[in-house]
Design a protein around this ligand. Sequence first.
Ligand SMILES: [Zn+2]
Length: 508
Amino acid sequence: MTKRSLAILPVVVLMLTACGPDAPEPTGVVIVNARVIDGSGGPSRDVNVRVVGERIATVGNFKPSADDTVVDAEGLVLAPGFIDSHSHHEDGLLEMPGALAAVSQGITTIVAGQDGSQQFPLAEFFASLETSPAAINIASYAGFGTLRGQVMGADYQRLATAEELAEMVGLLRIEMAAGALGLSSGLEYDPGSFSSTAELIELAREAAVHSGRYISHIRSEDQYFWEAIDEVITIGREARIPVRVSHIKLAMTRWWGQADRLTSKLDEARAAGVDISADIYPYRAWNAGFTWLVTLFPDRDLDRRDGAEYILNDMLSPQRILLPNYVPEPAYDGLTIAEIARIRESDPETTLMELLKADVDLGGRSPMLGFAMDEPDIESIMAWPHTVIGSDGELEGPHPRGFGAFTRFLGHYIRERNVVSLEEGIRKITSLPAEHVGIAERGSIQVGHYADLVLFDPDTVADRATPEAPHVTSIGIEKVWVNGQLVFDGGKVTGNRPGKPIRRISAQ
Ligand SMILES: [Zn+2]
């Protein structure tokens, strides 16, 4: 297909006037000449879609009426707005309500409160989004780490007492009443890392009472990976709750090539009655604070050379640790441990230990990227029928996924690698995540649903964000609507802020 300039043909003649001074005019917008992929996984259809107010009013072969505004899609794909199953885009959203990072890749709803960390209390966060809305919709989990921190404060390096656990359950009940989707945990991070499985089961039971879910950044993504998967399955079985492995990955050379072992294990759990699913971000590199590596040293002792040896030999070779923004020494920005060791005329182990110490001394503010995953594993796990896509991205984060995860999925993994069909791929970023987290009336193009829509070019859609330039917008995303209003058009945010907080169905 050739260059397209999307013309909006204003056929607006009259508008209905039966709305109050603040309500939007219920003008119909009809999108014509689109290849509609409705999110169900079924084949695309050449039909028109009429949006009235914030909902989809008509889908089919009808003619626009005189008072409709007509958008000519010129053969592009019209899909439901993408649901980002694992997002950190809520961070800073009140200051950056246009959410360029998200809308420019077609995301219309984010699932926040990930990795055990949430905006607390949720009722207040949702209220602030209602008085000062963002461009995107936001659902959120309650964060185990946040609740544990509220109850245990700085004294968290131990198991919780029965009283403390009861207090956490009480807080979770309040968050669930505010509309949380369930409980998220981040067990590689403090303070969650000091919890027991029993503590998590107790809280997951409370989430289950409210028809919530349990999702986890599991206790180990490397050395004790398989045990950590077992723990999620145990929690699902014991608490009788749907569970999710967040940003699932085989992040250690030793586990590469074992994607089948992993999906078989998950399938076995499903066959035994545990509703387990996963989300994945479409990149070879993970991102964390550089000083997270300190947790891999025995006793967290940075003088333990065996800790550095373990990291560099078994987990991530010196070429695979990249420091995009090293706070103690900006001259190292964008370099790997291997490159920095050469500059310092030192060995990688010593270099790693010294750089970590310097970063700890300055408060541990440097991010890192760890190129720990292998492409064939990513593709196999991505294709598993119960895997959806999550960016794990931020509005202004150091990892390119904040701007490029969904367009990378569509461009690289679907168009170029054909990991799944376009229709199935769209399902994995629309109706399937909606079903997995319990979001109603979104995620498919059907009459009565909210009009969260994306118009994109499947032939050109691609990410452009890289570790060197992580905040570059994608190409091929032409228009994005949230609740019936355009939020992204012609490569720019429009300034409309129609996003809503999305509460768990049973809390509405
Ligand atoms: Zn995480």
